[in-house]
Design a protein around this ligand. Structure first.
Ligand code: MN
Length: 286
């Protein structure tokens, strides 16, 4: 417990590791950057996408129901799926209070958070505050600073705003069992876009399957886009999205840091340190 006061949110992550050869990001999707797609065979591409999806599924989601039937519901309603998956007497994850209202609570900019979650499969969770909840995607390989990287992002159930500060160990036997650190957090600025000559709200763009936003975090900065390339309303198919860095002055070649070496922006700790410090005493399953 002692001796981590010196850690601050500014602790840099270790250098990025390159993507593992042979596991390309899933292509075959609309390319928001306009750059030419990868050159692999179609079959190899499909296999890679299928594998990444299976990993995302195993990592976090359980089922896809959480991403459906949210139209017209309140923020409180939309946490029903989240709450239904968890036992709050056992996990220290927040149950979430009543709906918080508009973006940013007291008139501030809306917030985002990126957590690293060492569950059955190690993955990143990318969450944006929209309408009083955290819209959430499981991103197996994490966000990249390189606009050439197209990172698979599988929608998961809406999370309460309080989840933004959650870091700790979800006990064995509970949904998402494993260690969570808050890798990055901050505010974001929705970038408006037009469709058929009309400016769409951020919520409309989300329903359309394409949002763009500027992140102002401790680690992530600049424009990003999330684009749905499979599934969607009335398709009956599980939704798949891509998270891609926009080409701007914050783009770079650093890629994504090694999730096992990356440090929490809140406590400076790695996954291993959080597991060691908080994992032991929370096993009672009464
Ligand atoms: Mn997760």
């Amino acid at each position: 417990m002692a001796g981590r006061a010196e850690h601050t949110g500014n602790t840099p992550d270790p250098p990025a590791t390159p993507d593992t050869p042979g596991t390309p990001d899933p292509p075959g999707a609309p390319d928001p950057t306009g750059s030419p797609g990868p050159t692999g065979t179609r079959e190899a591409e499909d296999k890679a996408a299928t594998k990444a999806e299976a990993e995302a599924e195993a990592a976090d989601t359980g089922d896809a129901k959480g991403t459906k039937a949210t139209k017209g519901s309140t923020a409180a309603d939309r946490l029903t799926v989240y709450r239904g998956k968890r036992h709050f007497g056992r996990t220290r994850e927040p149950a979430g209070g009543p709906a918080a209202g508009g973006p940013g609570g007291a008139g501030g900019a809306p917030r985002f958070v990126v957590q690293i979650h060492d569950a059955s499969t190690l993955h990143f969770d990318f969450r944006l505050e929209v309408d009083g909840v955290l819209k959430s995607w499981s991103v197996p390989k994490g966000p990249s600073t390189d606009p050439h990287d197209k990172r698979l992002a599988m929608p998961t159930e809406d999370h309460p705003l309080e989840y933004r500060g959650f870091e700790g160990v979800i006990p064995d036997g509970e949904y998402g069992a494993g260690t969570v650190i808050v890798w990055d957090e901050g505010s974001y600025h929705p970038l408006s876009r037009k469709r058929k000559g009309r400016t769409r709200s951020f919520q409309e763009s989300l329903a359309d399957g394409h949002i763009a936003f500027r992140l102002d975090g401790s680690k992530l900065h600049g424009g990003y886009a999330l684009t749905r390339f499979r599934g969607g309303p009335d398709s009956g198919e599980r939704e798949s999205w891509l998270l891609v860095k926009e080409q701007d002055d914050r783009a770079g070649r650093r890629g994504t840091p090694d999730a096992r070496r990356a440090r929490s922006v809140l406590s400076g700790r790695t996954l291993r340190q959080v597991a060691a410090e908080e994992g032991g005493g929370h096993r009672e399953r009464g």
